[in-house]
Design a protein around this ligand. Structure first.
Ligand SMILES: Nc1nc2c(ncn2[C@@H]2O[C@H](COP(=O)(O)OP(=O)(O)OP(=O)(O)O)[C@@H](O)[C@H]2O)c(=O)[nH]1
Ligand SMILES: [Mg+2]
Length: 336
C-alpha cells in the first residue's frame, strides 16, 4: 500500500548492520512510528513488544519497538533483501540517512547514556575478545570518575582493541616468516618452501593474537635480488615497515637481523629453535619453532603485551574508547 502523502511520514531509517551478506539485517526506524505502521498497513506495535512480520512479500522478519519513536525491523541479511526493503520503505516515504551523521544515542535508543550508546556501538565493532569486559566496565567507570580531558584516545594503546593494529613480520629470506604467519593463523595462509625468495608479495591475514584482532603481514625476505619483480616487492614492503604498529624481526640459526632494516624492531624472535646455531646470534626477545608451534603461545602474549601492556589493561580509569566521547555529547546531532 502506497500512502497518498508520503511526505507526511516523519520517519528516518538506516541499516545498523554492515552492507555485507549476513544472517540478519537490522533496519532501524526512528520518528513518528504510528504513521509508518499505517503506511505499511500493519497494526501498531506497543513499546517493548515484538512481532513477526512480512514486508511487501519481500521477506519475513522480526519487528521490535524498544522506544516510543524507535523500531527495528530484522529480516534476513542478504544484500538483495536489504535493497528491496530499502526501496519499498523509501517509496512509502521513509528517508534513509547515514547513521554516522547521528548521535550514538539515536542509533542505540536502548542506552540510557552517551557512554552506554558508545559502548554498544564499540561492542558491535570490535573483533577483539579482550575488548568485551573492558567495554562493559566503561559506563560504571565513566559514572564514578568522569573523563576530564579526553584528548588521549589517539595515543591510548587500548585503541588497538577496537581498530586492529598492523603487525609486520620481517627478516632475511628463509628464516620462517611465512611458516610463522601460518602457525599464528593455524592454517595455511602463505606458501612456505626451503627456497630464498618464496614470498614475492606481502601476505596479510586478520588474526586473533592473545585475544586481540591484528592485521598480520608477512613480507618477502629482505635481500639483494636481480629479479626486478622481487626488488619492487621488497621496496613496496618498506611502506608496511613504516606504518606498522608492531615490527617483528625473525632470525634463525644462520641468519641475523638484516642490515638494510630501516626501523628498529619491537621484537627480535629467533626461529628454528630445534636447530643448533652455527654462530652466536643477536640478542633476542624469545625463541620459537614455527614448524612445531613451540613457543608460539608465549610469542602471542609478547605481541599483545607490546601493543597493549598488561598495566594499561588493568587500568581502572575511564577509557575514551569512542570518538563521540571526545566532544560534548549534547552538541551531537540527534534525530527528532
Ligand atoms: N627446522 C625448522 N625449519 C623451519 C622452521 N620454520 C620454518 N622452517 C622451514 O624453513 C624454510 C623456509 O620457511 P618460510 O616460512 O618459507 O621462510 P620465509 O622467511 O617466509 O622465506 P621467504 O619467503 O623466502 O623470505 C621452510 O622449509 C620451512 O619449513 C622451524 O621452526 N624449524
Ligand atoms: Mg615467505
Amino acid at each position: 500500500m502506497i500512502p497518498s502523502k508520503p511526505d507526511h511520514l516523519e520517519c528516518r531509517a538506516w541499516w545498523a548492520t554492515a552492507p555485507l551478506p549476513g544472517a540478519i539485517g537490522i533496519c532501524h526506524m526512528k520518528g513518528r512510528l504510528e504513521a509508518m505502521f499505517e503506511a505499511l498497513g500493519i497494526d501498531p506495535l506497543e513499546v517493548g513488544a515484538t512481532r513477526v512480520l512480512e514486508i511487501a512479500g519481500i521477506d519475513e522478519g522480526v519487528l521490535a519497538r524498544p522506544a516510543e519513536d524507535s523500531a527495528l525491523f530484522m529480516p534476513h541479511g542478504g544484500p538483495r533483501v536489504r535493497q528491496l526493503i530499502s526501496r519499498h520503505l523509501e517509496k512509502l516515504g521513509l528517508r534513509f540517512i547515514d547513521p554516522a551523521d547521528t548521535d550514538p544515542r539515536t542509533r542505540w535508543p536502548e542506552a540510557d547514556t552517551l557512554v552506554e550508546a558508545c559502548m554498544l556501538e564499540a561492542l558491535c565493532a570490535t573483533e577483539s575478545p579482550r575488548a568485551i569486559d573492558l567495554l562493559l566496565a566503561q559506563p560504571r567507570r565513566h559514572r564514578d570518575n568522569p573523563l576530564e580531558s579526553s584528548d588521549d584516545r589517539g595515543s591510548d594503546p587500548r585503541r588497538h582493541l577496537i581498530d586492529p593494529p598492523l603487525v609486520v613480520i620481517t627478516g632475511r629470506p628463509n628464516v620462517g616468516k611465512s611458516t610463522l604467519l601460518n602457525r599464528l593463523a593455524a592454517t595455511e595462509v602463505a606458501i612456505t618452501a626451503d627456497l630464498e625468495g618464496t614470498t614475492r608479495d606481502a601476505v596479510a591475514a586478520r588474526l586473533i593474537i592473545d585475544g586481540m584482532a591484528c592485521d598480520v603481514i608477512d613480507l618477502p625476505g629482505l635481500r639483494e635480488s636481480d629479479d626486478p619483480i622481487e626488488r619492487r616487492a621488497i621496496m613496496l614492503s618498506s611502506r608496511f615497515l613504516e606504518e606498522s604498529d608492531l615490527l617483528i624481526t625473525l632470525v634463525d640459526h644462520e641468519r641475523g637481523v638484516p642490515e638494510s632494516l630501516e626501523r628498529t624492531p619491537d621484537l627480535i624472535i629467533r626461529n628454528k629453535s630445534d636447530l643448533q646455531s652455527s654462530r652466536p646470534g643477536p640478542k633476542t626477545d624469545h625463541e620459537i619453532c614455527a614448524k612445531t608451534g613451540e613457543g608460539i603461545e608465549r610469542l602471542a602474549m609478547l605481541m599483545r603485551q607490546a601493543l597493549v601492556p598488561d598495566e594499561i589493561l588493568k587500568n581502572e580509569d575511564p577509557w575514551s574508547f569512542h570518538p563521540e566521547l571526545e566532544r560534548d555529547g549534547d552538541q551531537s546531532p540527534t534525530i527528532e
